[in-house]
Design a protein around this ligand. Structure first.
Ligand code: ASP
Length: 309
C-alpha cells in the first residue's frame, strides 16, 4: 500500500512562552490532535485527500482557539470577514471565498464554489448570495464572539494599525488554519481558512483564499497551505513558488519549502510558515517564526503535534 499522510497547521507566530500555561498548551494540542485524527481517519478508510483536508479544517474552524471560523478575529468595523480556499491536486479544480460573514465553516463554502459553481473564487455579497442559494444557515455575531479576540481589537480600534494574529508585538498566538493530505491513491489536496488580520479595513483580503499564494495543490508536485503575513505571501506567490521549485529545479518537497520559507520570503521581509505534502506522502512543515501550531500523521508511523521550533 502507498504511504498516505496528512499535515495541519493552526497558524505560525511568535508565541510568548510566558503566556502559554501548561493547561492552555494542552488545549491547543488536543484541538490539533482532534483535527489531525479527523482527516487521518478518512484517509485510513480509503477516503480522498480532498475529503480529509476539508474534515480537518472544519474541526479547526469550530475551535475558538484558532483564527478561522468560530475564532475569527475582529475587523475594523467590529465584524468578522472570513476567507477560505480548497484545491484538488488530481484535477486542479479549486474553490475559494473571501469577505464572507456568518458562515460556520468557510472551507465548505469554498468546496461548494469548486463543485457547484462554474467559478473558482467568489467574494463578499456574491459569495453570500451563493451560500443563500445553497441554503447555508447563518450564525449570528454571538457565535463568533470571543472575549480575547474582542480585547485584541479594542486595543487597536480607531487606529490605522492592523495586526497579524501572530504579530511579534504581543502574545497574539492564534492563526489561520490549514491542512494538506496525500491519500492511498497518491492524490493530494490542500485547504486553508482564516479570519485574516485584527482591525483589517477596506475589504482587505490576504493570501489564504488566493490559489497559488496561500493555497495550492497539484499531484505533479505538492499540496501547500500557508500561514503568515499575507501581503508578503501574495507578493511571493509562495505556494506556487514551492511547486515551481519542485517542478523546474527538481527539488524535493522539503528542499523547496525550506528554500521559500527560510530564504525567499525572508528576503522580501515576510514571516510565517507552511505545510506541504507530495504525492508520495512526504511532509514538510518549515516556519521562520518562533513557533507554528502544527501536526502530522502518516501510515509510516509518524503521529505528532507540536507548537514551538
Ligand atoms: N495569512 C493570513 C492572512 O494574511 C494570516 C495568518 O496566516 O494568520 O490573512
Amino acid at each position: 500500500m502507498k504511504t498516505f499522510s496528512i499535515a495541519i497547521h493552526g497558524g505560525a507566530g511568535t508565541l510568548v512562552k510566558g503566556m502559554m500555561t501548561p493547561e492552555l498548551e494542552a488545549q491547543y494540542k488536543a484541538a490539533l490532535k482532534g483535527a489531525l485524527d479527523a482527516g487521518y481517519y478518512l484517509l485510513e478508510n480509503g477516503g480522498t485527500a480532498l475529503d480529509a483536508v476539508e474534515a480537518s479544517v472544519k474541526v479547526l474552524e469550530d475551535s475558538p482557539l484558532f483564527n478561522a471560523g468560530k475564532g475569527s478575529v475582529f475587523t475594523a468595523t467590529e465584524s468578522h470577514e472570513m476567507d477560505a480556499s480548497i484545491m484538488d491536486g488530481k484535477t486542479l479544480n479549486a474553490g475559494a471565498v473571501s469577505l464572507i460573514t456568518g458562515i460556520k465553516n468557510p472551507v465548505c463554502l469554498a468546496r461548494d464554489v469548486m463543485e457547484k459553481s462554474e467559478h473558482v473564487f467568489l467574494a463578499g455579497e456574491g459569495a453570500m448570495q451563493f451560500a443563500k442559494e445553497l441554503n447555508y444557515k447563518l450564525e449570528d455575531a454571538s457565535y463568533f464572539y470571543d472575549e480575547f479576540r474582542h480585547n485584541q481589537w479594542l486595543e487597536i480600534k480607531d487606529t490605522d494599525s492592523f495586526q497579524l494574529d501572530h504579530s511579534t508585538k504581543k502574545d497574539s498566538k492564534f492563526g489561520t488554519v490549514g491542512a494538506v493530505a496525500c491519500d492511498q491513491e497518491g492524490n493530494i489536496a490542500a485547504a486553508t481558512s482564516t479570519g485574516g488580520m485584527t482591525n483589517k479595513k477596506w475589504g482587505r483580503v490576504g493570501d489564504s483564499p488566493m490559489i497559488g499564494a496561500g493555497n495550492y495543490a497539484n499531484n505533479k508536485t505538492c499540496a501547500i497551505s500557508c500561514t503568515g503575513s499575507g501581503e508578503f505571501f501574495i507578493r511571493g506567490v509562495v505556494a506556487y513558488d514551492v511547486a515551481c521549485l519542485m517542478e523546474h529545479k527538481g527539488m524535493s518537497v522539503k528542499e523547496a519549502s525550506e528554500e521559500v520559507i527560510n530564504k525567499r520570503i525572508l528576503e522580501i521581509g515576510g514571516d510565517g510558515g507552511l505545510i506541504a505534502v507530495d504525492a508520495k506522502g512526504n511532509i514538510a512543515m518549515p516556519f521562520n517564526t518562533e513557533g507554528m501550531y502544527r501536526g502530522q500523521k502518516s501510515s509510516i508511523g509518524i503521529d505528532e503535534v507540536s507548537i514551538y521550533g
